[in-house]
Write a protein that binds this ligand. Structure first.
Ligand code: SME
Length: 194
């Protein structure tokens, strides 16, 4: 006689296995946590992310940045960290993010984030180990992209930092796409409130 209870459990286990990809998009997680925008071509992926980010803004600076970090992290594939460093004079200080705890202070000019601020240019790093002065907050990170964020006067007030546990995750098209995402929120945040 079939044991319906045992069969149900066996079916559940089979379903769970079917959902688990060969390599989870989020380290240490199963397929249910795969990035929502992974299936789209990059152009559409960033257009949709821009629209999602715009729709999340409510006018409270800290809450808005927290939601932007979460929206980016759940949408883009292959990330192990996504979030902000906020400019405080000659330093960057950790802001809202998703991922493992990270270093709190980075000097302007240091690491990938500090270089983005010092140069005023987005940094696309295909191999973090080849970037002089890279600051390893999470040893799983292998590639990284950092986009400077400017207020309405054009002053760099923060950076958006994305890390990937895969090599060469980001290229010029990601930089262009993320710059449009940053444009969608930067002028709508009151940077004096973070
Ligand atoms: N890798 C960065 C530091 C921040 S973590 O990636 C979250 C850097 O070199 O600036």
């Amino acid at each position: 006689m079939r044991d319906a209870h045992a069969d149900a459990h066996a079916d559940a286990r089979a379903d769970a296995r079917a959902d688990v990809p060969d390599r989870p998009d989020r380290p240490g997680t199963a397929g249910a946590d795969a990035a929502l925008g992974a299936g789209l071509p990059k152009r559409e992926r960033y257009e949709e992310l821009r629209s999602r980010v715009s729709g999340l803004l409510e006018g409270d600076a800290l809450a808005d940045l927290a939601n932007v970090a979460a929206a980016v992290y759940e949408w883009l594939p292959d990330l192990n960290w996504a979030g902000f460093y906020l400019r405080r004079g000659d330093e960057l200080v950790l802001g809202p993010f998703q991922g493992r705890p990270a270093c709190v202070r980075i000097a302007v000019g240091s690491g990938v984030c500090g270089t983005a601020v010092a140069t005023g240019e987005a940094q696309v790093v295909r191999d973090v180990h080849a970037f002089p002065g890279h600051i390893a907050c999470d040893p799983r990170s292998r590639s990284e992209i950092v986009i400077p964020v400017r207020d309405v006067r054009g002053t760099i007030v923060a950076v958006l930092d994305l890390d990937s546990d895969r090599a060469a995750t980001f290229d010029r098209s990601d930089r262009d796409g993320l710059e449009t995402v940053v444009d969608a929120f930067a002028s709508r945040i009151d940077w004096t409130r973070v």
